[in-house]
Write a protein that binds this ligand. Sequence first.
Ligand code: ZN
Length: 295
Amino acid sequence: MRDLSENHRWLSINTATVRKAHGQDVPLAAIFDACARKGIRAVSPWRDQVAAMGLKQAALAIQSLGLELSGYCRGGLYPAVDAAGLQAHIDDNKRAVDEACTLGAPCLVIMAGGLPGALVGGKAQHPQSKDMPRARAQAAEGMAATLAYAKSCGLPLAIEPLHPMFAADRCNINTLEQALDLCDQLDPAHSGAIGIAVDCYHVWWDPKLEQQIARIGPKRLLAFHVCDWMVPTTDMLNDRGMMGDGVIEIPSIREMVEAQGFAGYCEAEIFSTAWWNRSTQEILDACIARVKTAV
Ligand code: ZN
């Protein structure tokens, strides 16, 4: 297991972690600059932030600041009420693949989607269908189509299982086992073209955690996201904790993924209204401190 206590060379900042400061949106260019000034070597940006900055400008900034990417957030959200809707989502995922390649991302993170029509403009609402098996089949179909395209560009897809509390609106792939079954189905040769993003927040509770992480293997372990689970949790989406403030034994999960050969970035991904009310400096300083002591 790597020693992270000396420096923060293996810290990556998911740009959602610092998308706001003092409650106000922070432009992606300012986030990149702030990370570079703190000696943070990698980031994982979001599509909406990249679109606001401009894809070319974002790629240039990443290059000129010498930043690496630990991922690109995100593709997925496949389920739809009809075939045309599913195809539109697949087309959008192909655009996400292109963007990830332009930015030099090592993988595109895939959040499968929940029930059709349950997430509009990032907000949850009553879905257009309650057929979960069909929604899951559509997610698999969408991923297969995206995978065929991503392979032609050499970009791996990282399926991120989300905590079951998000099954209806955001992601109907809710355990590592389910995600790995899908990897086996879509890529029986274990080529690494499709793998897993392990996010501590979403998988820490799983009784099969150790068993399923052991099943991932080095080729399929594409990203490792860290934050903490607060007790009590006051908001399903935006009350994630800074590493060390909650109940997740993050180092033990890191030990499991590193035992599989993972040697990449620990990506701090913290959606938190409480942290977004602080300054960018404070948030980044806390991530730097905690990656050394609590990851
Ligand atoms: Zn994540």
